[in-house]
Write a protein that binds this ligand. Structure first.
Ligand SMILES: Cc1cc2nc3c(=O)[nH]c(=O)nc-3n(C[C@H](O)[C@H](O)[C@H](O)COP(=O)(O)OP(=O)(O)OC[C@H]3O[C@@H](n4cnc5c(N)ncnc54)[C@H](O)[C@@H]3O)c2cc1C
Length: 396
């Protein structure tokens, strides 16, 4: 049953968001996919910001009709956007991932300087964690953030890769090592680096199999300097800030996976009921309806896990207590997205792998990133199993 965990107001919000996205995103979706059109993405971010949808997680800033806005609603936005175009949705996820640490951990002047522009869709941000030698294993991070006491500035040196919005963002939230003597993974801090800071360059932009329109590349920091008040939280508290960000990002990604999976399923469902072979609709064949049933079960499991995690977050569950439910939502949703995309292509036959007969091939290409971004499926399983096997140390 759709929307089983949602309240009446949440369902009304879904309907409202769907209308806005049909008006703002749908007409631009082919420019994003076929034309790699970043301006089209930016225009939709702006429209969503103006509609108040990028403030959903910040009750003190939100001025819309919802009595209690929260991650449940941000996840609904993510799901509905990903249903139309997953590439665009990643921009929402990144905007929220930037806004979150700024809202919680920035000094007042920095918060005032960047947060309103990000949540109103006028500015775009980027989150810089991943490096050439530090992907899943963030404890291998090499980027250095050093304090120059004489000038009261932080100096950043290092190279980040696979950074969404690299080169097009107005502001970069950068994680690096402030205490090299701390054990691996400790001693990290996060600083805000404005776009245009001297020493900030973008050596490479990647070409991906899917997610056209997204800009993802390298970000290099060659002794970039920012004033001391650009530090987020306290020095060496970056690990904790990162955990908070990943928890909610994984739930938003649950919404993305669900939206992508639903968009594939709807295509398969329609095709199975119209395409004929061997004297009947292909949906009459057991090998086909069995795949439909499998997709349907996984979709419901995804929806329940995703909105359970979002509702837990909205009820105040945080930190370590949220890790397992958030990881479960991310794991099941993103694997369901690739499963449904793959089965839909199969059910469509040749139509599934051509551009001429609809979006199945695009969804298949787009979906493949989901079990990798925001922490891989293997890392999500680790977080789940750590909670389930508390008396032993799992081998990472
Ligand atoms: C399109 C895209 C956008 C991205 N955007 C951003 C962004 O905006 N900001 C950012 O910081 N990063 C971003 N990333 C990076 C992303 O978070 C990383 O790609 C991801 O965390 C995996 O890291 P990696 O690619 O280095 O793979 P690796 O960590 O090298 O992993 C390779 C494989 O080994 C597996 N593996 C690793 N360790 C173990 C283990 N202990 N046990 C079992 N399996 C293991 C992994 O699960 C994976 O299958 C983005 C990536 C992509 C593809």
């Amino acid at each position: 049953m759709r929307d089983f965990l949602l309240a009446e107001q949440d369902r009304a919000f879904r309907a409202e968001v769907r209308d806005v996205l049909r008006r703002e995103l749908l007409p631009r979706a082919s420019a994003i996919e076929d034309g790699d059109d970043w301006d089209a993405i930016k225009a939709v971010v702006r429209a969503l910001g103006e509609a108040g949808y990028l403030k959903l997680m910040f009750a003190d800033l939100y001025r819309g009709a919802l009595a209690k806005p929260g991650l449940t609603h941000a996840t609904l936005l993510s799901e509905e956007a990903a249903y139309i175009n997953y590439a665009f949705e990643t921009t929402i996820a990144t905007a929220l991932s930037c806004a979150y640490p700024l809202h919680r951990h920035a000094t007042a002047p920095i918060r005032e300087h960047y947060l309103p522009d990000i949540v109103e869709g006028r500015m775009v941000g980027a989150i810089c964690v991943t490096e050439p030698d530090a992907g899943s294993d963030t404890s291998r991070m090499q980027t250095k953030i050093e304090f120059d006491a004489a000038r009261r500035e932080y100096v950043i040196r290092g190279l980040k890769r696979y950074i969404s919005n690299a080169g097009v963002a107005d502001v970069y939230i950068v994680y690096g090592v402030t205490d090299p003597s701390a054990p691996p993974g400790k001693g990290l801090s996060a600083v805000v680096v404005p776009g245009g800071t001297p020493g900030l360059t973008f050596p490479r932009r990647y070409t991906f199999m899917g997610r056209r329109g997204c800009v993802v590349g390298e970000v290099a920091f060659d002794r970039c300097r920012v004033p001391a008040d650009h530090l987020l939280g306290d020095e060496n508290s970056g690990g904790r800030i990162m955990v908070g960000m990943f928890n909610f990002e994984r739930i938003i990604l649950g919404g993305s996976g669900l939206g992508v999976a639903r968009s594939a399923f709807d295509i398969a469902q329609a095709h199975a009921q119209t395409r004929e072979a061997f004297g009947e609709k292909i949906g009459c064949k057991q090998l086909v309806w069995s795949q439909i049933a499998d997709m349907s079960c996984r979709l419901d499991a995804t929806e329940l896990l995703t909105y359970r995690a979002a509702k837990l977050y909205d009820s105040g569950v945080a930190g370590k207590n949220l890790m397992k439910p958030a990881a479960m939502a991310k794991l099941v949703a993103t694997e369901t997205a690739t499963y449904c995309a793959d089965r839909t292509v199969q059910i469509l036959g040749g139509d599934g792998i051509t551009k001429e007969f609809g979006r199945a091939e695009q969804i298949y290409r787009d979906a493949r990133a989901l079990p990798i971004v925001g922490g891989t499926s293997e890392m999500a399983k680790y977080l789940i199993a750590v909670a389930d096997l508390p008396s032993i140390k799992l081998n990472l």
